[in-house]
Design a protein around this ligand. Structure first.
Ligand code: URP
Ligand code: ZN
Ligand code: ZN
Ligand code: ZN
Length: 463
C-alpha cells in the first residue's frame, strides 16, 4: 500500500509536550516531523490549523465479540475508531472444552473483521501443569499478557493458583492483569441481600463494597511482590483500592493501575435511579462516589494510575440489562463506552483543568503501548511509528447520544452529555478511517499485533 499523507499546521501532542509541526506518513509509517513539510503530490493532505494531532488511542480493555453482546469486531472496532481508538487489546473468553491456545486461535479468527489493529489478553481461569506450559507459549503467539479474576464464580482463581500463574507469567515475560474483588465474600453478601429481598440495582453496589476491592488489590500485590511478577490492576474504582495500590507501589512492587471513564465521570447515584434506568449502569466494580472520582483523577496526576481502558461490554437492554430490574444479579455486568473515552477525558480532564494534554496522551496511548509491548510501534508520534493519528478540533463540541453512536447498544450510558471537542479525522497506518463522524475504514483492514514481551524494547523517557 504505497501511499503518502501530510498533516499540516497542527499542534502535535505527545506524552511529554505539545508542538506546532507538520507530520508526514509514508506507507503507513510516520516518516517525518518538521516545522514545515513541502507537499510532493501526496495522496492525502489534511489542514490541521488550530487542531490537535494525537496518537491514536490504545484501548487496553475491551470485551468485543462476547456471546450475547451487540458488538462483534466489525461494529465494535468501527465504534472504537469513531472515538479515536486505533488499537484495541481485547480479552478472550475461555471455554472449558478448549485449551487456552485453541481459545486464542478462535478469537484471532473472530477478530478478522476488525477495522483497526488488535491484540489479545488471554483470560486464564484455571491452573494445572498443562496450563502453566501454555503460558510459556503465549508470547510466540504474540500474546504477552494474561488476565486472572479474583471474583465471578465461573472464572475465579484462588490464591495458590494466583501464585503459580503469576510466577509462570513472570518467567514467560507476560504481564498479569488482575480483576481485583474478593469474590467469595461478595457472593455471601449477594446471598444475604437476596434473602432479605434487597433486589434493586443499588444492591449491586452494596454487595461489592470498596473494602472488598481494596482487600483483593492488597492480596494480589502481596503475591506479586513474592513472585516479582509485573502486575496490572484493571478497572480501579475506589479510594480504598487506590490506597492499597499506593502502599504496594511504595514498597517497590511492579504494579500498574488502570481506571475507566465510567469511574471518572459517573457515580453510584445512577444506580439509585428508577430500576429500569439504573440497570444500564451495572458493572463490576460498581460505580462509586464523587469522592472516589476525585481520588482517581488525583492519582492519574500522581502517576499511580497509568492507563485508561473502556471495559466496553455491549450488553443489550432487551433480554440483557432489563433482566436485572427485579433482581440485580440477573443483569449482565459491564458497560458500553468504547467510542467515548477521548471525548470524555478531553472534556472532564483537559477542558475542565484536571489533567494536561500530554497527560491525556500518556494515559490513553503512551503507557498502554509500553506496558503491553507495543511501544514504539503504537502510542507515540515518532518517526518509524505507525501512522495512527487523531485530528481533534477543540473549538467544536459533541453531544453524546444513542442516535448518533456507532456501538450496537439501544442505549448510551452518557446520553445527552455535551462535551467540548470533536473528532475530525482518524487515521490508521496513514489511511483515513474516520472522517467527520463517518467511519470509512473497511472491515478486515485491521491487523493482528504480535506484542513484545514485557520490557523487551522499553525506552524510558522517549515520547
Ligand atoms: O462489569 C464488568 N467490568 N464486566 C466486564 C467483565 C470484567 O469484569 O472485566
Ligand atoms: Zn473485570
Ligand atoms: Zn473487563
Ligand atoms: Zn519511545
Amino acid at each position: 500500500d504505497k501511499m503518502a499523507t501530510i498533516i499540516q499546521k497542527g499542534t502535535l501532542v505527545t506524552a511529554s509536550e505539545t508542538l506546532r509541526a507538520d507530520l508526514k506518513i509514508d506507507n503507513g509509517k510516520i516518516s517525518m516531523i518538521s516545522d514545515q513539510i513541502k507537499e510532493e503530490n501526496e495522496d492525502i493532505i489534511i489542514d490541521a490549523t488550530n487542531k490537535y494531532v494525537f496518537p491514536g488511542l490504545i484501548d487496553p480493555h475491551t470485551h468485543l465479540g462476547i456471546e450475547g453482546t451487540l458488538d462483534d469486531f466489525e461494529s465494535g472496532t468501527k465504534a472504537a475508531a469513531s472515538g479515536g481508538v486505533t488499537t484495541v487489546i481485547n480479552f478472550t473468553d475461555p471455554n472449558n472444552s478448549q485449551t487456552f491456545l485453541e481459545d486464542l486461535a478462535e478469537w484471532r479468527e473472530k477478530a478478522k473483521s476488525s477495522i483497526i489493529d488488535y491484540g489479545f489478553h488471554s483470560i486464564i481461569n484455571k491452573c494445572n501443569s498443562a496450563v502453566l506450559e501454555e503460558i510459556y507459549k503465549l508470547p510466540d503467539e504474540g500474546v504477552t499478557s494474561i488476565k486472572l479474576f479474583m471474583a465471578y464464580k465461573e472464572n475465579m482463581v484462588n490464591d495458590e493458583e494466583l501464585y503459580l500463574l503469576m510466577k509462570a507469567a513472570k518467567q514467560a515475560g507476560v504481564v498479569t492483569n488482575i480483576h481485583a474483588e474478593n469474590g467469595r465474600v461478595i457472593d455471601q453478601l449477594i446471598d444475604e441481600a437476596l434473602n432479605n429481598n434487597n433486589t434493586d440495582p443499588i444492591n449491586h453496589a452494596c454487595t461489592r463494597p470498596p473494602g472488598l476491592e481494596a482487600e483483593a488489590v492488597a492480596r494480589a500485590l502481596r503475591i506479586a511482590e513474592v513472585t516479582e511478577a509485573p502486575t496490572y490492576i484493571v478497572h480501579i474504582s475506589s479510594e480504598e483500592a487506590m490506597e492499597e495500590f499506593i502502599r504496594a507501589k511504595e514498597r517497590g512492587v511492579q504494579a500498574f493501575g488502570e481506571t475507566c471513564p465510567q469511574y471518572l465521570v459517573l457515580n453510584e447515584n445512577y444506580l439509585k435511579k428508577d430500576a429500569k434506568e439504573a440497570v444500564k449502569y451495572i458493572c463490576s466494580p460498581p460505580l462509586r462516589t464523587l469522592k472516589d472520582q476525585k481520588i482517581l483523577w488525583n492519582n492519574i496526576n500522581s502517576e499511580m494510575i497509568s492507563t485508561i481502558g473502556s471495559d466496553h461490554a455491549s450488553h443489550p437492554y432487551l433480554n440483557g440489562k432489563e433482566n436485572g430490574i427485579d433482581n440485580f444479579t440477573k443483569a449482565p455486568n459491564g458497560l458500553p463506552g468504547i467510542e467515548s473515552t477521548l471525548l470524555l477525558l478531553y472534556h472532564y480532564g483537559v477542558y475542565e483543568g484536571r489533567i494536561t494534554l500530554p497527560k491525556l496522551v500518556e494515559i490513553t496511548s503512551r503507557n498502554p503501548a509500553s506496558i503491553f509491548g507495543l511501544h514504539p510501534r503504537k502510542g507515540c508520534l515518532k518517526v518509524g511509528s505507525d501512522g495512527d493519528v487523531v485530528i481533534f478540533d477543540p473549538s467544536k463540541s459533541t453531544v453524546i447520544s444513542k442516535e448518533t453512536q456507532k456501538q450496537g447498544t439501544e442505549y448510551n450510558i452518557y446520553e445527552g452529555m455535551e462535551l467540548q471537542g470533536s473528532i475530525d479525522y482518524v487515521l490508521s497506518r496513514g489511511e483515513i478511517i474516520v472522517k467527520e463522524n463517518e467511519v470509512v475504514g473497511t472491515s478486515g483492514r485491521g491487523k493482528y499485533l504480535f506484542r513484545n514481551k514485557f520490557n523487551e524494547f522499553s525506552d524510558e523517557g522517549g515520547q
